[in-house]
Design a protein. Structure first.
Length: 107
């Protein structure tokens, strides 16, 4: 198992995403042993990927793009109140061993 915790942005297509470069630059600058990558995944393979992420245990979270957001809502163990209101999760993270869907507050 890698020493660092992993994160990723999920989508299809996702190769154009600048999120991995931004996250990894921030982690390096802060001296945090995390890594972040883009994973190209379509809806039919999403449940299997989330099961794999849970089993590996070294993931801190996932960002989910459309059209995966709506499918991902059905695959988490719980939704935060913010994610429940619009019925879509933006960010999935581990919380006490459970998958939790969360949509960050907007100002």
């Amino acid at each position: 198992m890698p020493a660092s915790l992993q994160g990723a942005v999920l989508g299809h297509p996702i190769g154009h995403s600048k999120s991995p470069a931004l996250h990894n630059a921030a982690y390096q600058s802060l001296g945090i042993d995390f890594s972040y990558r883009a994973i190209d995944v379509e809806i039919p393979a999403l449940a299997e990927l989330l099961t794999q992420v849970r089993a590996e245990g070294n993931w801190y979270g996932l960002s989910v793009t459309m059209p995966l957001k709506n499918a991902a809502v059905e695959l988490v163990d719980e939704l935060t109140p913010i994610a429940r209101a619009p019925r879509r999760g933006q960010y999935h993270h581990r919380h006490n061993g459970r998958r939790r869907g969360h949509l960050p507050a907007r100002r």
